[in-house]
Design a protein around this ligand. Sequence first.
Ligand SMILES: [Zn+2]
Length: 419
Amino acid sequence: MFQSTLLGKTSKHSPRDAESISHILLTRSGYIQQLMSGVYSLLPMGFRVHKNIENIIREELNILGCQELLMPSLQPANLWMESNRWDTIDPPLFKFEDRHKKIIGLASTHEEVITDLARTHVHSYRDLPFSAYQIQTKFRNEMRSTSGLLRVREFIMKDLYSFHRTEEDLDIFYEAIKAAYARIYQRCGIRAVPIRASSGSIGGNFSHEFACIAPTGEDKIALCSSCDFAANFETMEQGQTVCPQCGAVLTTESAIENGHIFKLGTKYSEPLHATFVNEDGIKKPIIMGCYGIGVGRLLATVIETNHDENGMIWPVAIAPFAAHIIPLTSSDDAIQTRISNEAKKLYETLFSAGIETLFDDRSDATAGEKFKDADLIGLPHRIVISEKTLAQDSGEWKERASKEIKILRLSDIVSLMKS
Ligand SMILES: [Zn+2]
C-alpha cells in the first residue's frame, strides 16, 4: 500500500472529547474516525487490524468445532417478549416502528434468535451438543458513550452460544472456551485473567469477565503472586492483602474488562420452549452458555497496553502491515532515482513474498515527519533507505518496540521479514 493514497491521514491534534490513550492514538494515526457520539468508521488501517483480530478469534473457535453463522440485527419485539427482556435489558434496545406499524428492535445480543434457531433444529439428545458463533454488528442504546472504541453504541462483536444436554457437558465446554480466550488475548499481545463477575441482564448464575492488564485501565484487580486467584477489588473484603485460596501476597493491577462468558443454564430455553428428548424419552430444556468479545474494544485495549509517548506499538500478529518502508530524499537527482528504485524493488519483493508493507512514497513530507508518522502508526518493522545505506547496499532496520537500529543488507532484510 502506498501511503500517499491511503485513506486516513495522520494528525497532530487529539480529538476534543478524548478520554483514553487508544482514542487519541487511533484517531491521530488515521485508523478510526468518529461519525457521532459512540459511532465510528474503521478506516483502512483500522479495518485491517480488526480483520486480523477476527481471524485469530475464528481460528481459536473453529478448532473447537464452533460453527460460524450470521444472524440478523433487525429483530421482532414479540421474540424478546418471550424472554421477558424487551423492556428490561440494560442498556435498552434501539426500538422503532416499521411502515406497517410493526415494532422492531436493533439487537445488542442474540440469545433470543439463537434459542429460536435451536428450538427449530434440536429435537433429540442426538442433536446435542453444538455451538455456533457470529462476528456481527451490535447496537447499544447507551446513556453516555466515551473513550473512543471502549464504549460505543454500534460495534462488531463475536458472540458464541453453546447448547448441551447436561450441566456437566456445559462445564467442560465453558472451561475450553476460557482457555481459548486466554490464547486469543495472548496472540493479540494482551495479558488477561478471568475474573468471576456478575451476570447482569444476560443472566444465568455463573460468569467470568476477562481483565486485561493495562496501566490505563479503570478497574482495579487483585492478583495472587503464587496461584491463579484473581478478583475485582470491588468484590473483595476491605483491607484483604492475602490470597483467600492459598494465603500468598496479593498484588494490585489496573485492568480493562474485555470479554464476558456466561453459563446461562435454562434461562432462555425454558421461556422459549427450546427442548430436547433425552435418552429416557423425557422432554428437557436445553442447557446453554454464551460467550462474547467486542472486537473493536479488544483492538482499543491492545493500544491501551501497547504504546509509548510517540505512538502505537502493534504486535506482529494483528498489525495492519508488517513493515513500513521509508525512502529518504536526496537533492541529487541521480541518487534520488536510485533510492526510489531500490525502495520500490524491496517493496515488490516483500509484496510477492506475501509480507504486507506500507510504502511511504510521500514527496511532500520531510524525513522527520515520516519518522514521526511511522512511530505514531506503529508498524512492527521500519526499513529506511537513504543515500548513506545504499552506499552499503543496505537498509536501516528497526523494530518499533526497540530503540536499536541495525544496518542490514537488503537481501538479509527480506530473509529476516520472511522468517
Ligand atoms: Zn493464591
